[in-house]
Design a protein around this ligand. Structure first.
Ligand code: PRP
Ligand code: URA
Length: 207
């Protein structure tokens, strides 16, 4: 499994504010969008393009446009914080949803919702979930996408833990992961350290 940690000063800057416990939900949403744009830009760098002639007001110029089907699948809830940024970059993407929730005691994910386009074999599928902790949620979502025929799956996240990366290496070796940061470890409650806390709660102002 390939792990890409996006190295960019603007990623560092956004992460510093996302991690800060004093950052409000309003600001957290803006930062989530900003960091997601940077991660998504990196993860779409190699999308195939075809040439298309375009008429400018002055002459015709050969341009290149994206030539593959793209599907974005945010994982509810926290993945919603990455969706607008992704659609800013790839407005033609289809969108599907997985609803996954970790049990607070066991940290084991449970799927409660699924609405994803079918026959994903010809698509580049971007799974959007900002936190890769144990890897259980991502592995469950990737397995679901594989069941719908997906061959090319890329997980975009904000913070990844080494435990989650190792878990995906075993359970989803063909997926690629793009992360803004690779953090140190999980705590006993399976939260990422140093991390940024509960992404969904901070994004939506819940506890
Ligand atoms: C968070 C996060 C991931 C999951 C990661 O979701 O958005 O989906 O935890 O943890 P894992 O790698 O150990 O599976 P959570 O279950 O807190 O749901 P929420 O987004 O609705 O808050
Ligand atoms: N989910 C989160 O939102 N944060 C963590 O640290 C781990 C899982």
């Amino acid at each position: 499994m390939k792990l890409h940690v996006v190295s960019h000063p603007l990623v560092e800057d956004a992460l510093a504010a996302l991690r800060d416990r004093r950052t409000s939900s309003t600001e957290f949403r803006r930062l989530s969008r900003r960091v997601s744009l940077l991660v998504a830009a990196e993860a779409t760098r190699d999308l195939p393009t075809v040439e298309r002639p375009v008429e400018t007001p002055l002459e015709t110029v050969p341009c290149r446009v994206v030539a593959t089907r793209v599907v974005a699948v945010p994982v509810l809830r926290a993945g919603l914080g990455m969706l607008d940024a992704f659609l800013d970059l790839v407005p033609s993407a289809q969108v599907g949803y997985f609803g996954l929730e970790r049990n607070e005691q066991t940290a084991v994910a449970r799927r409660y919702y699924e609405k994803v386009p079918k026959d994903l074999g010809d698509a580049v599928v971007y799974l959007l979930d900002p936190m890769l902790a144990t890897g259980g949620s991502a592995a469950m979502a990737i397995e679901g996408l594989r069941g719908l025929g997906a061959k090319c799956v890329r997980l975009l996240c904000v913070v990844a833990a080494p435990e989650g990366v190792r878990y995906l290496e075993q359970h989803a070796p063909d997926a690629e992961v793009y992360a803004a940061a690779l953090d140190r470890e999980l705590n006993p409650r399976k939260f990422i350290l140093p991390g940024l806390g509960d992404f969904g709660d901070r994004l939506f102002g819940t506890e």
